[in-house]
Design a protein around this ligand. Sequence first.
Ligand code: SF4
Length: 148
Amino acid sequence: MDDDERTPRRDATDRPTWNRDTRDAGRTRRRFIWLTGTAAMAGLAGCSGGGGGATETTATTTQSSGSTGGVPEAYATATSLDGTQRNPDSLSSQEAVSYQDEPSDGRQCSTCRYYIEDKNGDGVGACAIVAGEIAPEGYCVSYVEYEG
Ligand code: SF4
């Protein structure tokens, strides 16, 4: 028996096991981290799609109660005291302008440049920039005195 048979040679595949195990564990850990990160990014992309935020913002600043903006047809595109034409697709909600049914410091809708006077005899008008029916005694923060 010669020395080669009594003393096994060490070659590239016979390295200490801790070295190979450590390297394999590192690869597995890196792959796990990569997969986890990829899944998280896919989840985030799914949450941010669709542009829902922009739609909600628009909904809070305008009011679209049907095609007339919450008033009888006769007011839908009528003009106000100063000649501003009402656009039913571009109106502030009453909440957005803090509309109230009573005057404020002597200011009221019937003296506002944006007021659209009663057209059907019910005593209620409309507004060129605010949605819904508007009382002549009403008031909102967008008030501008009509000086015509
Ligand atoms: S006070 Fe406001 S709601 Fe009234 S007519 Fe003027 S802008 Fe419209």
